[in-house]
Design a binder for this molecule. Structure first.
Ligand code: MRU
Length: 354
């Protein structure tokens, strides 16, 4: 047996000061900085700039953002507060388009608001705080449960490839795709994790390699274009990734490059699992074509990581932040309620009934 793994919490509320404490994921691994945010504009900016990132963590931050924004309202009636609440909700919804957890959390906050109908503004604000805290606390349990189900399809000593960062800092705790790695580490499973660096923002290199190394996991960093060779050399027995939105048919939006990894996994006959809390499954999207893919600034490709430009000045760029992995490439979608297998149009809706 290994030792209990200590994992970092990247999003939490400092209740006393009504401050959202966020681990700034843009400066890792060189600096560990916790931001103290009091304004919803700061929360919007933190989401847009990827200071807080990863679908579940974005949802949690948005819940707290709603609380911080609505708390500033001076409305003295329930209806007046609701008008201000709706502006806060709409504003935060414009921060990033792809991760459905953002919209899921905002809608959940609205449901809670409506459930408090007739209460005083002070009571409603207290309820919003409670709901945001619940979203965070539940995510911890959800990730642990995903980790247990995922662990049931893995064997000790396996090589596992992951793309981007679906780890503890992308959630309340444990992560989704990395949850079984942490649980396995505690049981002495001795996984060998291969982390794709994940161009252009290097979530794999800066975040996944960092958090797994800190936890004592055997992690090897590779460039994105090395996934094929490690698979061919027999180093990988399973691929585990997180996701930002899963459509009803199982098509899955995740960090750009994920679909390429899935195509490679199919070629080499390696199981490819998506780890997805139910809050990331959007049954209103029938297929991946319905998922809005975020486009990001060209500087992320041309000038982000070196002092000198990384490409000719004014070169045309195309920088989609996510891609959609076709459901036919996915072995299973691991949720907190169990593992969904094809046909996903049947198995995914079933998960919501459990
Ligand atoms: O642009 P990012 O860093 O927010 O993208 C994150 C991902 O693609 C993650 O894999 C996904 O959100 C799942 S996090 C548990």
């Amino acid at each position: 047996m290994g030792n209990p793994v200590e994992v970092i919490q990247s999003v939490k509320l400092d209740d006393e000061n009504s401050t959202l404490i966020l681990l700034d994921q843009t400066v890792l691994p060189n600096e560990t900085v916790f931001l103290e945010l009091k304004e919803m504009e700061d929360v919007w900016d933190a989401i847009y700039q990827l200071k807080v990132r990863g679908a579940p963590a974005i949802g949690i931050a948005a819940g707290y953002g709603v609380y911080l924004g609505t708390k500033k309202s001076t409305a003295d009636t329930y209806d007046g507060l609701y008008e201000d609440f709706k502006k806060v909700k709409e504003y935060l919804a414009s921060s990033r388009p792809t991760a459905v957890n953002l919209f899921w959390a905002l809608n959940r906050m609205e449901d809670r608001f409506k459930a408090e109908e007739g209460k005083t503004p002070a009571e409603v604000k207290a309820a919003l705080k409670e709901e945001a805290e619940l979203i965070r606390a539940e995510d911890e349990q959800i990730c642990e449960s995903i980790g247990k189900y995922a662990l049931s399809v893995l064997e000790p000593g396996w090589g596992i490839l992951t793309h981007c960062n679906a780890g503890t800092i992308a959630t309340a705790k444990y992560g989704t795709a990395l949850a079984p790695i942490y649980l396995g580490q505690e049981k002495g499973y001795d996984f060998k994790v291969y982390a794709d660096e994940t161009r252009p923002l290097l979530q794999g290199a800066r975040l996944t390699a960092w958090e797994l190394e800190k936890a004592g996991v055997d992690v090897t960093l590779i460039c994105d274009n090395m996934a094929s060779i490690v698979m061919k050399e027999g180093k990988i027995q399973a691929v585990l990734v997180g996701c930002d939105r899963v459509a009803e048919n199982g098509d899955t939006a995740n960090k750009i490059g994920t679909s390429g990894v899935a195509i490679l996994a199919k070629h080499y006959n390696i199981p490819f699992y998506v780890c997805a809390p139910l809050s990331t499954i959007d049954l209103e999207c029938k297929t991946g074509d319905d998922i809005h893919i975020e486009l990001r600034p060209s500087e992320e490709i041309t000038s982000k990581w070196y002092e000198k430009p990384m490409a000719p000045e004014n070169v045309k760029t195309y920088n989609p932040c996510f891609d959609v992995t076709d459901h036919s490439l996915i072995t299973g979608i691991i949720t907190e309620k169990g593992i969904a297998y094809a046909p996903f149009t049947e198995s995914l809706p079933q998960m919501f009934k459990k």
